[in-house]
Design a binder for this molecule. Structure first.
Ligand code: GAL
Length: 441
């Protein structure tokens, strides 16, 4: 297999550096849910509070209600794309000894933070009892395993490096919406054509993690997969001339986006610019976003014919992956009920009910594409045939503290798009964290 295998196993020797991220933010905590303390309640913490994301969670809950009928599901979702608000609240709740029954964490670097902090239980026994030790691809198992111990159950695989296209808008500049520009530079040229044709927002963009995703896909497109992956293990230098050139391209891309990007989340930008209620009246041409988009568009009742999609320019053949997984927190409420939830998360039935409506593909290797919408059928084939790259914005490439530093740099860049300042900040962040894989073995 030509996949680049990103080994993140053996997270035992995680440094104090990693521990910073889960404890670094504010002091607010969520109050215990009214049901907490009721031995039947299983309180599950996610950031899937609306739209296609909630639909996915609801699918999983429906299987839980059937399979774990002795328990009551308590939905502790906290809204905010990419988990920006949720992760801060969770960190504070865990610190305050107020853990839910189970919480969402990305496989890879993000999970390693919780392991390093001693906040999640070893669930190897639960995993084995449910027959999950042979259910997932080895690459994914490596991301949730530390020194032979398993710490979470993966629910899905999402792809980050995707561009969503409004065909009606592209036709205004006589661009073929079905044809992806081959390179980042070609994409910039097409954005210029859209602008010249009077399109107000060639590229719809939103704050925080969405800007970081655009940055990562620009680096991936310009540097290629091997060099890109090297950014996260120290083998590619963040101060290189090739990174400077990619940051110049990132600046050009951002210049074609909406000025109010810092005021909105990805779904709001999508509804405002790319896919308003009537997509024929859209003022936005493209949006780079993960493949939770098709589920969102289903929830908005947009027909599949109203949009197109392709891998971000220069990244065809690469699956920039991330995986949502669920944990058993130390000291969480109702651990037995939580184990029932984890079994559902890992089960073929639970994964189907969830992924069918979430836009993602099942993490289990035995899943078939039968019954899935067109996008996911394509994604399943792509997952098998592509090289892999991780995502810092969604926790697979590195620890949360690194992600936080880059997101801070994103809002600074949005206000003052200076390439040299951005590169200096990225170099400094990598200096603090890029050794993490080596430390982990
Ligand atoms: C990601 C998560 C996805 C989706 C997305 C947007 O971090 O893995 O499942 O929820 O955020 O909120």
């Amino acid at each position: 297999m030509t996949r680049v295998r990103r080994k993140v196993a053996v997270v035992l020797a995680v440094t104090a550096v990693l521990a910073v991220s889960a404890c670094s933010s504010g002091t607010s905590t969520t109050p215990a849910k009214s049901g907490a303390g009721n031995t039947k309640d299983v309180e599950v913490f996610t950031w899937w509070a609306a739209g296609g994301e909630k639909a996915g969670l609801d699918g999983m809950i429906s299987v839980f209600n059937k399979t774990c009928s002795q328990y009551t599901f308590v939905n502790a979702a906290v809204a905010g794309g990419g988990g920006d608000k949720a992760k801060t609240l969770l960190a504070n709740n865990l610190k305050a000894g107020n853990a839910p029954s189970s919480f969402q964490a990305h496989a890879g670097g993000e999970l390693s933070d919780y392991i390093a902090n001693g906040q999640v239980e070893d669930i190897t026994a639960v995993f084995k009892a449910a027959g999950l030790d042979t259910a997932f691809p080895k690459e994914l198992l490596d991301q949730i395993t530390v020194a032979g111990k398993v710490y979470s159950v993966p629910a899905d695989i999402h792809r980050a490096n995707m561009v969503w296209v409004n065909p009606v808008v592209l036709k205004k500049a006589k661009l073929d919406p079905a044809k992806a520009p081959a390179t980042v530079k070609d994409w910039i040229a097409d954005l210029a054509k859209l602008k010249a044709a009077g399109v107000a927002t060639p590229l719809a963009l939103s704050k925080g993690f969405a800007e970081e995703m655009l940055l990562e896909s620009t680096l991936l497109g310009d540097l290629g997969v091997e060099k890109f992956n090297g950014l996260y293990d120290g083998s590619t230098k963040w101060d290189g001339a090739d990174v400077t050139a990619a940051l110049g391209d990132f600046k050009a891309l951002v210049s074609y986006s909406n000025a109010d990007r810092e005021t909105m989340d990805w779904d709001a930008a999508m509804s405002k610019y790319l896919m308003p209620t009537d997509p024929a009246t859209a003022t936005g041409g493209y949006q780079l976003m993960g493949d939770w988009v098709p589920a969102q568009l289903v929830s908005l009742k947009m027909p599949e014919s109203s949009y197109m999609y392709w891998p971000a320019p220069g990244t065809d053949g690469v699956y920039q992956w991330l995986s949502d997984s669920f944990t058993l927190p130390k000291g969480g409420t109702n651990p037995e009920g939580a184990k029932c939830w984890l079994k559902v998360v890992g089960s073929a039935e639970g994964q189907k009910a969830f992924n069918l409506v979430k836009g993602s593909i099942p993490a289990r290797s035995d899943a078939t594409s039968e019954g899935y919408p067109k996008y996911q059928q394509w994604a399943m084939a792509q997952w098998k045939a592509s090289k892999l790259a991780p995502s810092l914005a969604h926790g697979s490439a590195g620890p949360g503290a690194w992600n936080n530093d880059v997101q801070t740099a994103m809002s600074a860049f949005s206000a003052n798009p200076d390439v040299a300042t951005l590169q200096t900040t990225l170099v400094a962040a990598a200096g603090k964290y890029s050794n993490w894989r080596k430390t982990l073995g």
